[in-house]
Design a protein around this ligand. Structure first.
Ligand SMILES: [Zn+2]
Length: 480
């Protein structure tokens, strides 16, 4: 049995395109969905829980279409290092986790999201081969968090060759320690064929806010057989497929060597590229790849801050939008993008390309950036009811305090949300009609306890993964 809830007297920004008015409205919510949005003052449903919307702006919750819960405690770590060094630092921070660390890292991700106005994410998890216990720990934590998530089961049944150190003088002892680390050994496809369907059966659709997608770590780290399996199970169970795609120049050269064509051309030649795919980064794609992605309806997930932070490159997003590619937006994990704040990601998406394009008519606008972070993200999650406020839509709603400096007056709410808001005025969050934060207080779980446990976790893993930290530091000092 559900009880209705009313957000009373808020201004409402319904989506990136609908004209805005400053009229105060009541948003009635029931059974996880928005029932009505109407000028305030009308009769309220019996027994309704009231959330105060006065002097607040209600917006759709933002959709972070690419992140990694496992690296959520890495904010600010290793400012200027190469991509391989970053990947090994991430291994050092995330390898060998017991279930409780997986839970804390996931709740910390949810906390980043709630505090900055994101209500849904694709979690590309984990960074190593995984067990059924790992899946249960992360899936249960997403349910506990109250946030909406797709758990992308990140697998590789081939070598992680694009991050292997290629010129560093690595002491024998460390090389042996790394080579004996079974977590990065390819996970046999036969094992994945048991784990993935079992995870789907156990968790997909749980509470109508958790999905399970197969999620290659990167196509070139997988056999073709595994990629074909991915497409097959996605089709059979109506799942999406999430992957990293062509983040670095090194991966582009590696794909050419491995396939004799681009990675996108190879996926297309396998006959599996479709609108089920959401492809994080897609930095190193050429014109023909963009045309292929557009023709197949595959979704790109742009990560402008991560790609800049790691020096990976700048994805040709204006060309993609022009070609009709659906482009969603992500922060990437906190190891590559620190705050996991979709407001700064939207701002970066909007302004990053402008210096290269003299004509403002060709620029990515605030409206484009908000679309990426809302309805395009909904497409990546395969959840069309997300990313807008309207009767029938999912009740994933964020309230912003209008007494914040950047909301002193409302000039253009979309431009202010994208270019001015930092997430700091977010003081109310609902997901599926449940109140996760109200008046600035997180209600979903014990915020202070999660932060304390995250600090303790950081100390434990430094000791446990000391060898991996040493290796990462050596790579950071001289290899790319
Ligand atoms: Zn990533």
């Amino acid at each position: 049995m559900t009880f209705p809830l009313v957000i009373r007297g808020a201004m409402v920004l319904e989506d990136a395109a609908t004209p805005f008015s400053e009229t105060a409205k009541d948003i009635v919510v029931d059974a996880g969905r928005i029932v009505s949005i109407a000028p305030t003052g009308g009769p309220l449903p019996d027994g309704a829980r009231i959330v105060d919307g006065a002097n607040r702006l209600a917006t759709p919750g933002l959709v972070n279409a690419h992140t990694h819960s496992q690296s959520s405690a890495m904010a600010g770590f290793a400012d200027a290092v190469s991509h391989p060094a970053f990947m090994w630092l991430t291994q050092a921070h995330t390898a060998g986790r017991p279930a409780e660390e997986i839970r804390i890292a996931t709740l910390l991700t949810a906390l980043h999201m709630i505090r900055s106005g994101s209500t849904a994410a694709i979690d590309h998890f984990p960074g190593q081969r995984f067990t059924a216990g790992d899946i249960d720990a992360v899936a249960a934590a997403w349910i506990e968090s109250g946030v909406r998530a797709v758990l992308g089961l990140r697998f590789f049944d081939g070598a992680f060759s694009d991050i292997m150190p290629s010129g560093a003088a690595i002491p024998d002892r460390l090389r042996a320690a790394v080579e004996s680390n079974t977590l990065l050994r390819p996970q046999p496809l036969a094992e994945l064929k048991e784990l993935i369907p079992e995870a789907v059966a156990r968790w997909d659709g749980r509470e109508d806010r958790l999905r399970i997608f197969p999620a290659p770590s990167n196509p070139m780290r997988c056999t073709d057989e595994a990629l074909l399996y991915c497409a097959e199970i996605a089709e059979a169970r109506d799942l999406g497929i999430h992957t990293h795609l062509l983040e670095t120049a090194k991966q582009t050269h590696g794909a050419q060597a491995q396939y004799g064509c681009t990675m996108v051309a190879h996926l297309d030649a396998l006959g599996i590229l479709s609108d089920r795919w959401s492809c994080a980064h897609s930095v190193w794609v050429d014109e023909a790849d963009i045309a292929r992605l557009a023709a197949r309806g595959a979704i790109v997930v742009h990560n402008p801050e991560s790609n800049s932070r790691l020096g990976s490159g700048i994805a040709p997003v204006p060309q993609m939008l022009k070609a009709g590619v659906t482009v969603a937006l992500g922060t990437d994990g906190a190891g590559a993008n620190d705050n996991m704040d979709m407001h700064s990601a939207m701002r970066a998406a909007a302004v990053l390309h402008r210096p290269m394009q003299p004509s403002p008519a060709e620029w990515i606008t605030a409206t484009d950036a908000m679309t990426m972070a809302t309805t395009a993200g909904a497409a990546a999650l395969r959840r069309p009811g997300l990313g807008r406020l309207a009767p029938g839509a999912d009740a994933d709603i964020v309230l912003h305090r209008l007494d914040s400096p950047w909301w002193a007056q409302i000039n253009d709410p979309v431009a202010q949300l994208v270019l001015a808001e930092t997430g700091a005025s977010v003081d109310g969050v609902l997901v599926a009609g449940n109140v996760l934060m109200e008046n600035g207080k997180v209600l979903a779980f014990d915020e202070a306890a999660v932060l304390a446990e995250a600090r303790a976790m950081a100390r434990t893993l430094r000791t446990r993964n000391a060898d991996l930290f040493s290796l990462a530091n050596i790579i950071a000092e001289g290899v790319n």
